[in-house]
Write a protein of this length. Structure first.
Length: 301
């Protein structure tokens, strides 16, 4: 979730819903060469895009704007800002096409991709085997999950094993939501109280439950948890140690024709330093990886 300083003018928030991306049958106007060859000239990456996408002139990118510093709404209430919007703007520059950010509830993003509502999604999405059944990932970062609690709380879990019997506020559809439900089952198997899993539509609502005393803790991706603590004016504190380090990636519909173009665009911004500058701007340098991956594997060629 990334927003705005590196070519942000290219990222426009729109209420229009795009149709499906390419079904993979379209041929590219670029020479039928490798991505490396296509990248050798200034227009090469644009030429890798499916013909219908080039003709349309934009690509829609879904993201959840309730998850700073990954993405949130700027003071105008319309513009998404954060690491992913900034990253999207940089990718759009490399591809020579406009990337339009679309604010979407996190749990609606992958169904939206599968249903053709969006062309792509960037929302610090964990690359998991289950999600790969529906979408492909271009991995561009790696980190874990962290717990945070009200300042001065008596309940300060160190690991997931310590959350049995506690009230946990979570954003719906996240990996942390799944983690808490699995941990609750384990608690019961061990003869302990289950986790009171409280699910909310976004992280903002989960934070409100925590600050109002309705929950004992929340769990989010480590940079998001750290951001919530930093912005809470002393109301929240991190608890325990990060766990479950995983890749995060851009999600794309299967056979969309966009996988290789975006993979090469990520490779380009990593090689020219733009990627590292964006992560540094949002204090996420620790999440950097040396090169993009496709479903956890190195790019071919």
């Amino acid at each position: 979730m990334n927003r705005r300083a590196l070519g942000v003018a290219m990222v426009a928030v729109t209420a229009l819903l795009a149709g499906c991306g390419s079904n993979g049958s379209e041929t590219s106007a670029a020479p039928a060469a490798s991505g490396a060859q296509a990248a050798a000239d200034g227009s090469g990456l644009n030429g890798l895009l499916p013909a219908e996408v080039r003709e349309r002139g934009y690509i829609t990118v879904a993201g959840d704007a309730s998850y700073p510093p990954i993405a949130s709404m700027d003071t105008d209430g319309k513009t998404m800002v954060g690491v992913d919007p900034d990253m999207a703007a940089a990718l759009g520059e490399k591809l020579g096409i406009e990337l339009r950010e679309m604010n979407s509830a996190f749990d609606s993003i992958i169904p939206g991709l599968a249903g053709g509502k969006f062309d792509a999604a960037m929302s610090w999405i964990n690359d998991t085997e289950e999600r790969r059944k529906v979408v492909d990932f271009i991995d561009y970062s790696m980190d874990g999950s962290s717990m945070f609690v009200p300042a001065g709380a008596a309940n300060r879990p160190e690991t997931l094993d310590d959350i049995c019997g506690l009230r946990v506020a979570l954003q719906k559809g996240t990996v942390q939501h799944t983690d808490a439900e699995k941990q609750s089952e384990k608690c019961e198997q061990d003869g302990k109280k289950p986790v009171d899993v409280q699910v909310f539509p976004d992280q903002i609502a989960a934070n409100m439950a925590l600050s109002s005393g309705r929950a004992d803790l929340s769990i989010a991706d480590t940079p998001v948890a750290s951001w919530q603590v930093q912005q809470s004016n002393g109301k929240f504190e991190l608890s325990g140690v990060p766990y479950g380090k995983v890749y995060h990636g851009m999600a794309l519909p299967k056979d969309s024709g966009l996988l290789q173009p975006f993979a090469q665009a990520f490779k380009a911004i990593m090689e020219d330093g733009t990627y590292q500058e964006i992560l540094k701007k949002w204090n996420l340098s620790d999440a950097a990886i040396p090169a993009p991956l496709i479903n956890g594997e190195p790019l071919a060629g």
